[in-house]
Design a protein around this ligand. Structure first.
Ligand code: PLP
Length: 285
């Protein structure tokens, strides 16, 4: 396996960045993850556009042109012989003596890219059965719309989920409303049969998979209520699921141990997963 690090492809086991990299010192960096189908990236433009937005919001220089970056992403996938899996890109504010203010403007951003295979059998088995979710207080900062590598609160939430035998943690604000998953967007089909996911005016990441699902919903004439839902709404829901690159549309069959619907992936969830996967594979580049 290889990793791309600041201009060169290095053996994955030896690939490293400097100890003074601001990504390491301050989590001063952003990232993107694309799903890979048959060696090609899904939702390519959406993730690329969000990367530029994240960089812009944090005033990190754009490290290279979209064309060059695309070449590096494709080459990393190719060299790692990834058919189905993910490709990961991280851009940090670069390496400079540790000091909180931005370093001198001529400091080049650091760019790393890795890619690995993900077992489709395993994720298909999880999707067929559905997975458990637990809730956790949302203790994150005020700019969760930016896809930064500052993920400690997400890490703690996900670990708490795993320790309770769950796949994902849904984070909950002080009003008792679900914000999003630790690495996914949260959705329900509520007890009235309405599909709901939180609006992105609130402090959450505007998921690219979420947007793709919204486009599908519109063309399928499924109605969407883009509005927050509470933990109680979720526990009473007919169906629940979450979305992200890599997880696609993952059915949720319990929340904090409370069974959702009949404890099996619901019909709308299953339909959206199929529609999403078909479209993502078709449009991958
Ligand atoms: N919310 C959070 C906090 C995430 O970290 C992610 C993905 O990593 C998502 C939502 C889903 O975003 P996307 O569909 O773009 O992968």
């Amino acid at each position: 396996r290889v990793a791309y690090v600041n201009g060169t492809y290095q053996p994955h086991g030896e690939a490293s960045i400097h100890v003074e990299d601001r990504g390491f010192q301050f989590a001063d960096g952003v990232y993107e993850v694309w799903s890979v189908f048959n060696g090609r990236m899904a939702d390519f433009d959406g993730h690329m556009t969000r990367l530029h937005r994240s960089l812009n919001e944090l005033r990190i220089d754009i490290p290279m042109s979209v064309e060059s970056l695309t070449r590096v992403l494709k080459e990393t996938i190719r060299r790692n012989r990834v058919k189905n899996g993910i490709v990961y890109l991280q851009v940090t504010r670069g390496t400079a003596r540790r000091d909180h203010p931005f370093p001198s403007p001529d400091t080049p951003p650091s760019v790393i890219v890795t890619s690995r295979s993900v077992s489709t059998t395993r994720s298909e088995a999880q999707a067929a059965k559905g997975v458990a979710v637990v809730t956790q207080p949302d203790i994150r900062w005020g700019r969760c719309d930016i896809k930064t590598v500052g993920l400690l609160a997400n890490v703690l939430a996900k670990q708490a989920a795993r320790e309770r035998g769950a796949y994902e943690a849904w984070m909950v604000d002080e009003m008792g409303l679900v914000t999003e998953g630790s690495s996914t967007n949260a959705w329900i089909v509520d007890k009235h049969g309405r599909l709901r996911t939180r609006d992105t005016q609130a402090n959450i990441l505007k998921g690219i998979t979420r947007t793709a699902i919204m486009d599908l919903i519109a063309s399928e004439n499924i109605e969407l209520d883009e509005r927050p839902f509470s933990v109680d709404d979720a526990k009473e829901a007919r169906e629940a699921f979450f979305t992200a690159a890599g997880a696609f549309v993952m059915p949720t069959i319990s929340i904090d141990g409370v069974k959702i619907g009949d404890g099996k992936p619901g019909p709308i969830t299953t339909k959206l997963r199929t529609l999403y996967l078909d479209r993502a594979k078709r449009d991958a580049v």
